[in-house]
Write a protein that binds this ligand. Structure first.
Ligand SMILES: [Zn+2]
Length: 345
């Protein structure tokens, strides 16, 4: 991985390739494309491809950069990060290259390896240019609707998210993600624009991006077309290394945790204490942690095991559910917040 961010000022649409693959091949490494706006005294950032298997942001950027666009309201800094991982065959399948750290966990000390140095070079650029906002576009690994994530909630973050989606998760979990450090200088939101394979996700990213770059006043409440549903302080369901996880319609012999195949359908839906999420062995149950921002394990507050089945202990809203056992083990299986009462909000 290259640890330096190349700057490319105002390329002509014809220089950027005819599709997203060609676009990334032309960029060849981490790049910031700068598009001058009407008001050159202000700038905004859009960052994407921190994860190489999340193409919607790059697809949307390429479409905007090469389309019939008008001059944006302010200077736009378009940052495309982990091109090396995205271009590794099979294309768009690596979150990061094998043996490298997750780039979106590198925005905190130490910065002493290549992903860390690249993260630091982006932070330095942000500090130098003082943007008025930063949007970081991702996909979820599972199928599901779009939502925003922020570490802080106020009218500015509400307004930024509403360019893209009507759901916002406000988290006090600190993982070393871009939104955590950039937030010190600039209102920052992560946009999870839905599953990586869903055409609707690419469209949501493009439409949100088009509104974001065109807006003269980002934080005017006037553009907020819909009320935002805000979820506070999710916990993560993490699993011990070495657990055997499967997804199936029936319990599988030898599996520590067997999740129902349609578990992704609970993304942002309500899971009640009667909703069986799957089957779990005693070993599996001991290997489940439900972790809050202080690192406390709240498993028994959120989950229960009965007759070998796994249920929510209370009404939960689940999201970022993954159906990929590798991600479930290395990152987390899902995020959850408690829902008050039984009525969906
Ligand atoms: Zn991501």
């Amino acid at each position: 991985m290259s640890s330096r961010l190349r700057l490319w000022n105002n390329p002509a649409p014809g220089e950027l390739g005819s599709g997203v693959m060609e676009f990334l091949q032309i960029l060849a490494g981490p790049t910031c494309i700068i598009i001058p706006g009407v008001d050159a005294t202000r700038c905004r950032f859009v960052v994407t491809l921190l994860h190489g298997n999340e193409p919607s942001g790059a697809i949307a950027l390429h479409r905007w950069l090469t389309g019939q666009r008008s001059v944006p309201a302010v200077d736009i800094y378009c940052v495309v990060m982990n091109i090396d991982a995205a271009l590794r065959e099979p294309l768009f399948s690596y979150r990061q290259l094998p043996d490298e750290r997750d780039l979106n966990r590198c925005f905190r000390q130490p910065f002493d390896d290549e992903p860390g140095a690249l993260a630091k070079s982006l932070l330095d650029l942000i500090h130098r240019t003082q943007p008025e906002a930063l949007i970081d576009i991702h996909n979820t690994s599972g199928v599901g609707p779009s939502f925003g994530v922020a570490v802080y909630y106020d009218q500015k973050h509400d307004a930024l998210v509403s360019f893209f989606t009507e759901r916002l998760v406000v988290t006090d979990l600190r993982l070393g993600a871009l939104m955590e450090l950039s937030e010190q200088d600039v209102p920052t939101v992560t946009i999870e624009c839905g599953g990586a394979q869903q055409e609707a996700s690419h469209l949501a990213a493009y439409e949100g991006l088009s509104r974001y770059v065109a807006s003269k006043d980002l934080f005017s409440p006037a553009h907020t077309a819909w009320p935002i549903d805000v979820l506070h302080n999710p916990v993560r369901l993490e699993l011990d290394d070495g657990l055997n996880i499967v997804y199936a319609e029936e319990p599988v012999a030898g599996a520590d945790l067997c999740l129902r195949v349609d578990i992704e359908h609970f993304n942002f839906g309500d899971a009640t204490p009667e909703t069986a999420l799957g089957w779990v062995s005693e070993t599996g149950w001991q290997g489940i942690r439900v972790v809050n921002s202080r690192g406390e394990n709240l498993r028994d507050e959120f989950l229960r095991r009965e007759a070998g089945r796994l249920y929510p202990a209370v009404c939960l809203k689940l999201f970022m559910i993954t159906a990929n056992p590798r991600i479930a083990l290395s990152d987390c299986l899902f995020y959850a917040v408690k829902r008050n009462g039984s009525s969906p909000a």
